[in-house]
Write a protein that binds this ligand. Structure first.
Ligand code: NDP
Ligand code: PMR
Length: 398
């Protein structure tokens, strides 16, 4: 039964890495030099809607009839115990990979999806258009470009009264054509602010909820990408990811007293995105080192394939948007459909064989998952620790 209730006080402003070992010759391709260490990526190659007294957030959620709390539901007539429905929180579930994953999970009947989205109406329409059943999802407002919104989201998720069994940090922005940086409500360069810092705070806060869940396989997933990994061809397309000595991050990425870029360099929107993905992959590993043993939570990242049709490329020039899908389909063979990518991420959420923690998953041409290797920078434990420590200061956790 869906009690659709929107008590709104106001709205927030709102590689494959099919590694062909030995197949890569030292060659130059579009200015990209392939050296010995490089691997060719061929990846084809309830509601309880509650009034939030606090403030400005729009809590709008649709009711969920479906979530119960005990891990095992009562024995069926056959005497078998079945696993209770899990609850997966997915950020940026209003389009692309997030929506496809939400749909794939909801369709199984074994998951309730909490969709953390900045545009309630868009998310609601998208879920309906995708054919997701009412009651299989709840939309909760989340704008990762505001730390206040992240905190309010965490409170609102808790008020739903559902367990939090899996969290997927999926939302992202990509601003390849921006000449100047733009900034989050807290003054951080937008790509790193949304893709990394907003998710960093969210994941840190929801770790307590994951830890207290009684679900047998609790997971925190942070979506990464091939383009942040310089041990791949795709990761060598300029501008390359490089966090440098983190001087920009240390100074707050505000573009005034410091550079808007993590490495302290000139603003470059495409690089900022790739840097943010390196932060995502480093954060997953640092979570694993710090908390896997203590909490039993599985931490994972992934490259789902090149989903060349999503909204991620909305700010790119029209010619790029026209040519990118056929380029990925027929030339790199790295293309995957949104549906296929959603199934892949859904596997990382729920597949009993993907419980290993600290792993960056990829899929081969036959859509079989495998543990992939990250680039030197994206697997550097020292850098991961520094990114963690600087990030916790920036989001007010230290
Ligand atoms: P989309 O643009 O389709 O989806 C991005 C989602 O993030 C949208 O739902 C968007 O919301 C949301 N979002 C953006 N900014 C914010 C914000 N400030 N607060 C809350 N939500 C926000 O792109 P994809 O599906 O392609 O991207 C999903 C993930 O997949 C990203 O992490 C990306 O890095 C990763 N990825 C994508 C690849 C690809 O080839 N497309 C390849 C590898 C990784 P809204 O709908 O309101 O705009
Ligand atoms: Mg790439 C196997 C080769 C491969 C793969 C899997 C990708 C994925 N790309 C590959 C190769 C190349 N790309 C080559 C050879 C070129 C030069 C022509 C190239 C170019 C290119 C551009 C300009 N590629 C891009 C862009 C983008 O703007 C995309 C990007 O970097 O977004 C950050 C992109 C991507 N290529 C990919 C993937 C998955 C992306 C986008 C998404 C992402 O990392 O999130």
């Amino acid at each position: 039964m869906a009690l659709q209730a929107a008590t709104t006080t106001s709205f927030l402003p709102s590689a494959l890495s099919a590694r062909k070992e030995g197949a890569v010759k030292d060659s130059a391709f579009l200015g990209v030099r392939l050296g010995d260490g490089l691997k060719l990526e061929t990846s084809a190659l309830g509601l309880r809607t509650k009034r939030v007294s606090t403030s400005s957030v729009a809590i709008r959620a649709q009711a969920s009839a479906a979530v119960s709390s005990p891990t095992a539901t009562p024995a069926s007539p056959s005497g078998k115990q079945t696993l209770r429905k899990g609850t997966a929180v997915i950020t940026g579930a209003s389009s692309g990979l997030g929506l496809a994953t939400a749909k794939a999970l909801a369709e199984t009947g074994r998951w309730h999806v909490v969709m953390g989205c900045r545009d309630f109406l868009k998310a609601s329409r998208a879920a309906k258009a995708a054919g997701m059943e009412k009651g299989s999802y709840t939309i909760v407002h989340l704008d990762l470009a505001s730390l206040d919104s992240v905190r309010q989201f965490v409170g609102n998720v808790r008020r739903l009264g559902m367990p939090v069994d899996v969290v997927v940090c999926n939302a992202a922005v990509y601003q390849p054509t921006a000449k100047q940086p733009s900034f989050t409500a807290d003054g951080f360069e937008m790509s790193v602010g949304v893709n990394h810092l907003g998710h960093f705070l969210l994941a840190r806060e929801l770790l307590a909820d994951l830890t207290s869940s009684d679900y047998p396989s609790k997971r925190l997933i942070i979506v990464g990408s091939i383009t942040g990994n310089t041990n791949t061809l795709a990761g060598n397309v300029p501008p390359k990811a490089n966090l440098g000595d983190l001087r920009g991050l240390a100074s707050g990425l505000d573009g005034v007293s410091s550079s808007a870029m993590i490495d302290g360099g000139e603003f470059d929107g495409a690089k900022a995105y790739k840097d943010s993905k390196v932060c995502n992959m480093l954060t997953m590993q640092e979570f694993h080192r710090r908390y896997h043993g203590e909490t039993g939570v599985t931490f994972a990242s992934l490259y789902p394939g090149c989903i060349a049709t999503t909204g991620l490329f909305r700010e790119h020039v029209p010619l790029f948007r026209l040519l990118f899908p056929p380029f990925q389909k027929y030339i790199t063979k790295g293309y995957v459909s949104e549906e296929e990518a959603g199934k892949r991420l859904a596997q990382v959420v729920s597949d009993p064989s993907l419980t290993k923690s600290g792993v960056y998953w990829s899929w081969n041409n036959n859509s079989a998952s495998f543990e992939n290797q990250l680039s030197e920078e994206a697997s550097d434990p020292e850098k991961a620790k520094k990114v963690w420590e600087l990030s916790e200061k920036l989001v007010g956790l230290a």
